[in-house]
Each structure stands twice: as C-alpha cells, then as structure tokens.
Ligand binder design. Structure first.
Ligand SMILES: Cc1cc2nc3c(=O)[nH]c(=O)nc-3n(C[C@H](O)[C@H](O)[C@H](O)COP(=O)(O)OP(=O)(O)OC[C@H]3O[C@@H](n4cnc5c(N)ncnc54)[C@H](O)[C@@H]3O)c2cc1C
Length: 389
C-alpha cells in the first residue's frame, strides 16, 4: 500500500507551508494558539478572512460555486498543515453546511450563502441538540409553525458552539407534531440577528464557550427551508456525514507529541534529561505508535472520500481513536511533567504555557462532538462486525 502524495499535492503542501511562514503575522499565530478556542478569537476570524483572500477556503469546492475545484485531498493537506500550527480552517460552515447546500439547497440558497462562506463573511452555528434531545435527536421540541410566507419559531437549543460569533444558525425544528418523531422535522437557515433570539454562554471545563440559544416568536421566510418540509432528517444526516468525515485530523496530535518529546529532551530531573528515563521513553514510544495508527486511519478515510466511497464505520473508528488518544496523550504529559504540569497557562511556573494542562481538560469533550463515542462504537459493532442492533 502506498500513501505517497503526488508531486502536485506535495507542491501544494509546500505552498501552504510558505503561506504560513511568510504571510501570516507571527503575532496572529501566537494569539490564536493562546486562545482556548482559536477559531472564536478575533485573530482566528481575521485569519479565516486571510485564507479566503488567498483562495484557500473552499480549495476543494466545485469551481461553479467559487471553489478551487481541487480533489478533496487538497483540503486534507491544507487542514493537516494548518492543524500542525493550531490554526483554524473554515470550520463546519465550509466542511459541512456548504457541501450539504450543494446537494440539498435551492439555486437561490447557493447564490445567497456560498459566496459568504467562502469569503469568511458568513459563519454557521449548528442548531441540533436540545436539553432533552442529544443522541436521540428525534425528540427535539423546537417548533417552526408556518404562517403565510413565514415560519414562526419557538424553543431552545443547547451546546450550540460558535453561536456567539456566527451570522446564521443551521436549525433543526419540528414542523409537524403529528408525524412520528423523525418525520416531522425540517432544516432551516435562521439569521442569528433575527428579533426574538437570545444567546447565553455555556462555559465548558476546557475554558471554551458553547451556548444556549432561545427562540421566541422568531420569524423567517419559508424560503429559508433547506430540502423538503418534514424531511429535515435527511439533510441533517448528510451534514453529519460531512462533519464526521472532517474530524480526526492527525496533525494537532503529531504537534503535541513533538512538543512533549522536545520537552523531555530540554528538561532535567535528578541531574539527567527526562528523555533518558526509560519509563518516559517507553511512554513516548507508545504514543508515537498510536499517532501513526491514527495517521493510517485518517489517510484511509481521505482515500475513501477521494474515491467516492462513504466512510461509515471507518469514520467512527478514526473518531473514537483520535479523541481517546488525545485524552491519553494529555494524561501521559501530565504524568511526565509531575505536579508543575497541572499549572495553568497564566502561571510563570507552568510548563509549555500550560498547553497540556488545558488539553487534559479539553479532550474529554471531544468524545461528544459529531456523535458520542458510545454511539460510534454501536456503529462499529453493527456495520463493522455485523452484530445486531
Ligand atoms: C463541546 C461541545 C460542543 C457541542 N457543540 C454542538 C453544536 O454546535 N451543535 C449541536 O447541536 N450540538 C453540539 N453539542 C452537543 C452534542 O452533539 C451532544 O452532547 C451529543 O449529541 C450527546 O447528547 P447529550 O449531551 O444530550 O447526551 P445524551 O444523548 O443524553 O447521552 C448521555 C450519555 O448516554 C450515552 N448514550 C445515549 N444513548 C445511547 C445509546 N443508544 N447507546 C449507548 N449509549 C448511549 C451517550 O453516549 C452519553 O455518554 C456539543 C457538545 C459538546 C460537549
């Protein structure tokens, strides 16, 4: 099996490296890396606009929608390179909402939204989860009632990442209460500055912010419906497939491992570098093996998508492995660092600006995004092993 990239793809990788090295101000990179959520920071959003200006956002979108028309592997290479530096790509607007609009949106919707996503001007938050509808999304209760040419929306969403800096919400709402629970749901686009919307912060243990979003008699035109009324679950499923395919990047973990290895070479304990301690070496070697396993999972997914195969159990395997590996890696780092490893970034005694301390608090949350790891394991059991539901 040969995972080599073509000369053109390697050339593109060099192009991205040169862009990061020569065109992104170091202060911008430092500010993004220091933030709990780099995409949400002012510098992160400015960086995204810079990507848009350089034609790098949507590198793999079709040319007819303003994209670069390159195979998906180019987007993969781009996210690998940006991820190594902790830099954000276009987020789910670009990797999930946009591609779903190519397939399920009307021509007017494509005209209206795709350009804004590509320039970095439009940002979508995903409004699926509710207080009593997470894994069991079919139980959602937010209502959208048709009234003339409008829908009137009432209800509440929860854990809505990015809502506090997004322009729109990609909303799943119930349009028919009499249908069985998965059938009466529709997907619609709601501008977040619409009257009647209240957004409240919900802070995570990893210092990041998600939100509660409340809708009180919010009016939107019925033209904002994506796909057919009451068939919104197809649209959500499509968007979730794209979302899963975009997770599990390898480069942030490779970077963390590189930094941890450097730390053990540069730091001495009892008169000798940590890197000479056999227990430390064994732990780092184990992590190196696990990072390489993730690289293979991740390349297999990219290859499948490139060849128009849909990774289902493969995407689940990569998601479970990457999120749990990130947790293991941060635990190993804190163990190697000892008590000082537990200090937060602001302390002058913190190692590596508290990077691993924060990673330790952030990584449990990765088990939830794009479907919990328990659900991923159910998918692997059913589709991978053929076990009954
Ligand atoms: C940081 C963060 C950001 C998020 N961002 C967004 C966002 O932007 N938009 C959005 O809509 N949602 C978002 N979510 C919500 C996320 O999608 C939900 O947390 C997830 O779907 C699980 O739902 P729940 O939290 O209600 O847990 P529940 O569904 O109540 O599950 C609780 C536990 O039970 C387990 N469980 C449930 N059902 C089963 C089953 N059938 N078999 C085995 N185990 C099961 C789950 O795995 C979990 O461990 C975010 C969550 C987090 C943590």
């Amino acid at each position: 099996m040969d995972f080599r990239f073509t000369p053109e793809q390697e050339q593109f990788r060099e192009h991205v490296r040169a862009f990061i090295r020569d065109e992104v101000p170091p202060e911008m990179i430092a500010e993004i890396q220091a933030a709990a959520d780099g995409s949400a920071s002012e510098a992160g959003r400015e960086f995204k606009r810079l990507l848009g200006q350089k034609g790098l956002l949507g590198i793999s979108w079709p040319e007819e929608y303003g994209g670069g028309g390159k195979p998906l592997l180019y987007q993969f290479i781009l996210t690998e390179e940006l991820g190594y530096h902790g830099l954000p790509y276009g987020g789910l607007s670009l990797t999930s909402v946009g591609p779903t609009l190519f397939r399920a949106g009307t021509e007017e919707q494509r005209q209206q939204y795709l350009g804004g996503i590509l320039s970095g001007e439009y940002e979508f938050a995903l409004g699926y989860s509710e207080p009593s509808a997470g894994t069991d999304l079919g139980s959602l209760q937010t209502r959208a009632v048709a009234d003339g040419d409008d829908y009137v929306i009432n209800g509440q969403k929860i854990y809505t990442s990015a809502a506090h800096y997004s322009t729109h919400i990609w909303l799943a709402a119930r349009t028919d209460a009499n249908e069985p629970k998965h059938r009466g749901v529709s997907l619609m686009i709601v501008p977040l500055d619409s009257p009647g919307i209240t957004i409240r912060p919900l802070w995570t243990m990893g210092d990041g912010r998600t939100n509660e979003v409340f809708f009180e008699d919010v009016r939107i035109p019925r033209d904002n419906l994506v796909g057919e009324e009451n068939r919104g679950f197809y649209v959500v499923a499509m968007a979730l497939d794209y979302e899963r395919a975009a997770v599990a990047p390898i480069s942030p973990l490779q970077r963390s491992l590189d930094e941890l290895s450097r730390f053990t070479r540069d730091t001495s304990r009892n008169g000798a570098p940590l890197a000479e301690d056999p227990v430390v070496r064994r732990k780092l070697a184990e992590l190196a093996v696990e990072v390489d396993v993730l690289r293979l999972f991740s390349y297999r997914n990219a290859w499948m998508i490139e060849n128009e195969l849909v990774p289902t159990k493969e995407a689940s395997i990569a998601k479970v492995w990457s999120s749990e590996l990130a947790q293991r890696m941060s635990a190993v780092a804190l163990e190697i660092m000892g008590p000082r490893g537990q200090l937060k970034g602001g302390s002058k005694w913190a190692y590596l600006q508290g990077r691993f301390e924060r990673m330790y608090r952030q990584t449990p949350l990765m088990r939830f995004g794009a479907g919990t790891n328990e659900i991923q394991r159910n998918i692997i059991a059913q589709r991978g092993l053929g076990l009954p539901r």
